[in-house]
Design a binder for this molecule. Sequence first.
Ligand code: DX5
Ligand code: ZN
Length: 226
Amino acid sequence: MADCCINPSILSADFANLEAELARIHSADAVHVDVMDNQFVPNLTIGLPVVKRLQQVSSRPLDAHLMISRVDEWAPSFAEAGLDSVTFHLEASSAPVKLARELRARGSKAGMALRPATPVETCLPLLSEIDLLLIMTVEPGFGGQEFLDIMLPKIRRARQAADDAGSDLAIQVDGGISDDTIGRAAEAGANVFVAGSAVYGADNPDQAISRLRDTAERARGGSSVE
Ligand code: DX5
Ligand code: ZN
């Protein structure tokens, strides 16, 4: 199993100073960039031109989370921009296997995301086509929401299915990840953790990242001992 990764979400950063905000998270494994179109979710953030510039100035890899409706059309351009991973919502794609293959062909990891109400079974036949499964632990759209504990069985089922298939699939959780919740998500089988307010709301974001990573690694270590 891969080590735990902490990917801070810049949704909670100062959008007027993004380059400086990136410099506050040197210890991040990747930078999580939330792209919203005010159709798939009721919020609007940044698009391809801004993400391309972030890719040029960031010392850390970029992890895009596309919360947009016309994702089959847009996602390949994010991969072409050199992003480490590009994650699209299964609910928004009309051809998810084709899209995942297009992302990989352009050199990005292919990520697939599920809203809280989407059963994990919908994506299990597709696991070999993706590198990362994002299980949303809040309704997508806004930072600072409360972690949904009812998603824990879904994380467990996904990890079990990946293990059964002999796959080292990355399982990412996004929404409400904090010092209080990260251990439960890790114990359930997640190994990539997005944290917005818990990182950028801290006085020292790099310290917050290492605290989160330590807690997650302890919880994952504990779960593998059984
Ligand atoms: C919400 C976004 C998240 C958000 C998480 O739709 O996908 O990435 O930034 O924020 P926190 O960590 O504050 O819940
Ligand atoms: Zn996100």
